[in-house]
Write a protein that binds this ligand. Structure first.
Ligand code: ZN
Length: 382
């Protein structure tokens, strides 16, 4: 039922529109035009001003013949891409679409947008029975889910949503971990490294001690942690006075997450506590400042829920055995679950995302669009 040529054209057109995070305006304009032709009522929120971007979240409402008779559904993809994502030249080879090798492709998340567009066209041109649909295209997903965070979900009628934003079409993410992001600023004491190193406390050394004693990587089946950024120091002949560490911890289990964050803090505390010197009869002690922020809460959608049943049954109808999985988190869907919209993540076929080797099989894109159409048809029959 889908029009493969059209789906491919949507995708090729979309990936060729530059849309780094906070610069999604041109994609939004492209979508506005397409959605208006489909009879959608379109609004854009004021997120652009809040995040310093040139575009807000784009919401389109589409009424179907079954509006009021079946529950409204939300479908969502993000419009922004990571860097380097400008001047993308998509090439197709043997059914697989790639970039020319010096940029990402942008299938994250334009494959999701293309699938949604194709679904809407099929619904309209075939006069299929469907209820109210809410289509949301968010901004700045890749830089901390800023669009989703700033979106006011009280304007939505839907109680459940589908986020087209992961790899395998046959896998649906029904859960994600909670996460913390942390920033530790470690202060030592500056001194000349050649003339008087004993008069200094190296913040780099303190940080190294702390990191060495920190539980990191895969903590257990539910929990991970990482220090991903370390910054500090000005010259080789100066005992470094200050170092900044930035990291994260994730877990599907809230208690374990709190324990992990505490263990990381303790490693820093122990390292600074044991780092001090005496200078002119005064004790100089290393110390630290911490900024730890909860990023999102975990969610788990039960298999009995309609949100889960719909893609599962629709998948079967087109020969896809849908497998539930728990994702690593960090998606717009996390934020929406937090805000009370039961949200699942569906794959689009995107692979090796956030690299210049990013690619997508066109067959997967077709499957994804077909899956969406089937979901809506099944929902209409319920
Ligand atoms: Zn994405």
């Amino acid at each position: 039922m889908i029009n493969s040529q059209r789906l491919k054209r949507f995708f090729f057109e979309l990936v060729q529109i530059d849309s780094h995070s906070r610069d999604e305006k041109k994609v939004a304009e492209y979508l506005q035009d397409k959605l208006e032709r489909l009879g959608a009522v379109i609004t854009m929120d004021d997120t652009a001003e809040k995040i310093g971007g040139n575009c807000g979240n784009l919401l389109a409402r589409i009424s179907g013949p079954l509006e009021g008779k079946v529950e409204p559904l939300l479908f969502c993809s993000h419009m922004d891409t990571v860097v380097p994502g400008e001047g993308v030249k998509p090439v197709e080879d043997d059914g697989v679409i790639r970039s020319s090798g010096d940029t990402i492709l942008g299938s994250d998340d334009k494959s999701g947008i293309a699938a949604i567009l194709e679904m809407l066209h099929v619904l309209k041109e075939n006069d299929l029975p469907f209820g109210a649909l809410e289509i949301l295209f968010t901004v700045a997903e890749e830089v901390g889910l800023l669009g989703a965070r700033n979106f006011d979900t009280s304007v939505l009628k839907s109680k459940r949503g589908y986020f087209l934003d992961s790899e395998y079409v046959s896998k649906i993410s029904v859960g994600a971990p909670a996460a913390y992001r942390m920033r530790y600023e470690i202060f030592g004491h500056e001194a000349h490294a050649g003339l008087a190193p004993e008069q200094g406390i190296s913040a780099i050394q303190v940080a190294a001690k702390a990191i060495n004693n920190m539980p990191m990587g895969r903590i257990d089946s539910e929990t991970t942690a990482n220090i991903g950024v370390i910054e500090g120091g000005t010259a080789t002949n100066i005992v470094t006075k200050q170092v900044i560490l930035r990291g994260e911890a994730r877990s599907h289990n809230d208690k374990k997450l709190e324990e992990q964050v505490a263990a990381m803090r303790k490693a820093i505390q122990d390292a600074v506590d044991s780092s001090w010197i005496e200078l002119d009869g005064k004790r100089i002690q290393a110390h630290f400042e911490e900024a730890t922020k909860r990023e999102y809460i975990s969610f788990r959608i039960p298999e009995s829920s309609l949100s889960y049943q719909l893609p599962q049954k629709a998948g079967k109808a087109i020969g896809l055995e849908m497998e539930p999985e728990i994702s690593g988190g960090g998606s717009d869907a996390n934020i929406f679950n937090e805000k009370g919209i039961e949200s699942l993540i569906i794959g689009t076929g995107m692979q090796a995302v956030h690299t210049v080797k990013e690619h997508i099989s066109f067959k997967d894109m077709e499957n994804c669009a077909n899956l969406l159409i089937n979901m809506i048809q099944l929902h209409g029959k319920a």
